[in-house]
Design a protein around this ligand. Structure first.
Ligand SMILES: *Cc1c(COP(=O)(O)O)cnc(C)c1O
Length: 359
């Protein structure tokens, strides 16, 4: 084996997507394409009747090329050029997310009559990879923006995202409560978009997806006792992470204390989510025998290309250059984050298997 690669089982994607759709009956499910944009992955998602959360022209074209109905695309990126809006509208996209007046004015002009959900900035419990304050606006400002949008002929909803890899099943409740409060101010909501954030088990395990679904159903029932607006969800990670395993190889073991292990995959060719050691992947090797602590690093000449130095990791003492290391649960935010040629290293290759894989 000369290169690391990501192996994706599209049957697992299909099963996860089917489970997700069944846990949120009646909701619009829009897979966040950026998590893994492989055409075979999109085909698996399409097969269960879900649509897509897209961030720009290239993702729109990709989804339409797979046969998606543009009515099932939600343009979830708040940051867009006028040309991007016009492109989306010309291709049939009618649903957007926004958090700024100038963007809403652009939507009214270039995507007239569309449904725009105003993204809320909320104090959700910490997620593993939070969005910080980059997106959304305070509830008061959201109410004002929604009223401006209606005045400009747009239809309105509210949106929020609790942060990716969000372990707390109650995290969505704050957003749902805020949406209900704004609806009570006389806002007619055609959408409550509760985003993604659903977590998967890496080294730390998380509760089953059903617990998140029931916490969300309870919050909706509590805050919208007379029925809630149509719900939209944008799961990314949870539909694809468990479907992928990365096969990588040990390049070098530098003995000592600490012992350093260098892999042929690192921060820049697939493991971007090890930044700040946010995601602690499981690692599997074929060696038995006693293990010892390691610092794990990637193959490039960049000092930041270190995967784990604070998070304790142990690997077999017999580990050697050339050994295979498998990283399960790696189907999300890996290949799509790889750089083009840093140090001449190619982006992470992807191989798909299962019913949706192409011959
Ligand atoms: C990335 C993203 C998602 C998907 O988030 P996950 O945590 O992978 O479920 C959903 N919505 C928006 C707007 C996003 O940017």
């Amino acid at each position: 084996m000369n290169h690391p690669y990501l192996l994706v089982d599209t049957d697992v994607v299909e099963a996860r997507a089917r489970e997700f759709v069944s846990l949120f009956p009646g909701a619009h499910v829009r897979y966040a394409v950026k998590a893994n944009p492989e055409p075979a992955v999109l085909d698996a998602v399409l097969s269960v009747g879900a649509g897509f959360d897209v961030a720009g022209r290239a993702e729109i074209e990709l989804c339409l090329a797979r046969g998606a109905d543009p009515a099932t695309l939600a343009y979830g990126n708040t940051i867009k050029k006028r040309d991007d809006i016009a492109f989306a509208y010309a291709h049939g996209v009618r649903e957007f997310t926004s958090d700024a007046l100038s963007d809403i004015e652009n939507l009214a002009e270039y995507a007239p009559g569309s449904l725009v959900s105003i993204r809320l900035l909320l104090d959700a419990p910490d997620s593993v990879t939070p969005f910080g304050r980059k997106f959304g606006c305070e509830p008061e400002a959201a109410l004002d923006l929604a009223r401006r949008a209606v005045a400009l002929g747009l239809r309105v909803g509210l949106a929020f995202h609790v942060g990716s890899q969000q372990p707390d099943p109650r995290a969505w409740e704050i957003g749902i409560a805020t949406a209900a409060k704004l609806a009570a101010e006389g806002l007619f909501l055609e959408r409550v978009n509760i985003g993604g954030g659903f977590p998967v088990s890496y080294r730390d395990s998380v509760p089953p997806l059903a617990e998140y679904a029931s916490a969300i159903a309870s919050a909706l029932a509590a805050y919208f006792p007379d029925g809630h607006p149509p719900l939209l969800l944008e799961p990314g990670r949870v539909l694809v992470a468990d479907a992928g395993v990365i096969r990588t190889e040990v390049v070098l073991v530098k003995p000592g204390s600490p012992r350093w292990v260098y892999l042929d995959i690192g921060r820049y060719n697939g493991l971007a989510e090890t930044e700040n050691e946010a995601i602690a992947y499981r690692l599997l090797t074929e060696r038995d025998g006693p293990s010892g602590p390691v610092i794990l690093a990637g193959p490039t000449c960049d000092g930041d290309d270190v995967l784990y130095q604070r998070t304790p990791y142990e690997l077999p003492l017999s580990l050697r250059a050339g050994d295979l290391v498998e990283i399960p649960g790696a189907g999300a935010y890996t290949a799509s984050y790889a750089s083009v040629a840093f140090n001449g290293i190619e982006p992470l290759a992807v191989r798909c298997v299962g019913r949706f894989a192409h011959a």
